[in-house]
Write a protein that binds this ligand. Sequence first.
Ligand SMILES: NC(=O)c1ccc[n+]([C@@H]2O[C@H](COP(=O)([O-])OP(=O)(O)OC[C@H]3O[C@@H](n4cnc5c(N)ncnc54)[C@H](OP(=O)(O)O)[C@@H]3O)[C@@H](O)[C@H]2O)c1
Length: 351
Amino acid sequence: MTIPTQQKALLLPEPHAPFVVRTVDVYKPEAGEVLVRVEATALNPVDWKIQAWNFLVDEYPAVVGTDITGTVVELGEGVTNVAVGDKIVWQGWFANRLASFQQYTIAKVDRVAKIPPSVSFEQAATIPVGAAAAYVGLYGIKQKEGGANLTPSWIEGGRGNYTGQPIVIFGGSSSVGQYAIQFAKLSGFSPIITTASPRNYDHVKSLGATHTINRSLSPSDIVAEVKKITSEPVQIVYDAISEEDTQNTAYDILAPGGTVVITLAQNVAQEKIGKDKSIIHTLGNVHIEHNHALGVGFFSHLTEYLASGDIKPNQFELVPGGLEAIPKGLERLRNGEVSARKLVVNPNETV
Ligand SMILES: NC(=O)c1ccc[n+]([C@@H]2O[C@H](COP(=O)([O-])OP(=O)(O)OC[C@H]3O[C@@H](n4cnc5c(N)ncnc54)[C@H](OP(=O)(O)O)[C@@H]3O)[C@@H](O)[C@H]2O)c1
């Protein structure tokens, strides 16, 4: 396959500016990297938040997007674990040569997985960001932008390690919540209690949730429902939504000595906060140094997790139109119009 020298990319020309499709150079892979033709990228809330709030990006014009699958087209020096033509999935970073809203991008090969034949590019593209928020939040070291320090499901003794312990997951039908349910199941938690809209109960149960609670109930009713389901102390609460009300309800449910993992900035009422409960704001990206090892562990097991069905990708909607279609998709995410699925785009459909 001939590799072009130029490609189409969706650029943020400057902070807060509208996205535009432009022609940019195709990158050269360095040692430990590969150049990949992007076959599918999923959209995430962080992508519109970067445009609206100007964070996580250091240089403009900027390319964003971090849920990526594609076909390897060129190897950097020393790369032996993947070959030209391999179909891979990985998590990008908000730096132009590592981001996904473009036709070709760079992957660091110590944190990639080959996609098994049973899984499509579109399905696999739903995994990296949502799963990272879940596994870093649960298994990351207990520090800012880390996690609850549980034993990862993929290391010796990790699978089933928390058998019989309850976990509560706010937002089980969100992308992050769906992966948190699946890691909770692999780790042995039971019951796995989650909040969602009733239309998504069957889906979250198919992933491993044992009990569902209507996410529209009042905070005190959600606390009461959890108490009806388990009398055990809830040591781990994962709040995939992390709005003010879910964080405060999550904190109320948490038992002394426990950890609540949140995915957005902390918003628990100051007067509630005591020394005996930990709050960890996770940052699920494998390019952050303290998450590298977890990323390597997860991606080295992802192919088998997918082949066995232990990890099921999110449902997806393929949005036609290539890169041009991304801003409208991000608007739908921003408006809360997407339920229990990821929006996925193929940048090579761009005309
Ligand atoms: N810190 C990190 O590393 C990190 C990583 C990824 C995402 N995030 C953040 O985490 C949040 C979730 O991201 P995502 O990609 O998973 O979102 P998403 O899939 O787009 O979220 C949509 C889902 O949220 C559910 N939802 C909305 N409000 C809810 C509530 N009050 N209670 C329960 N469920 C609720 C909806 O459920 P129903 O349709 O069932 O009502 C819907 O399925 C976003 O704010 C995102 O920015 C953080």
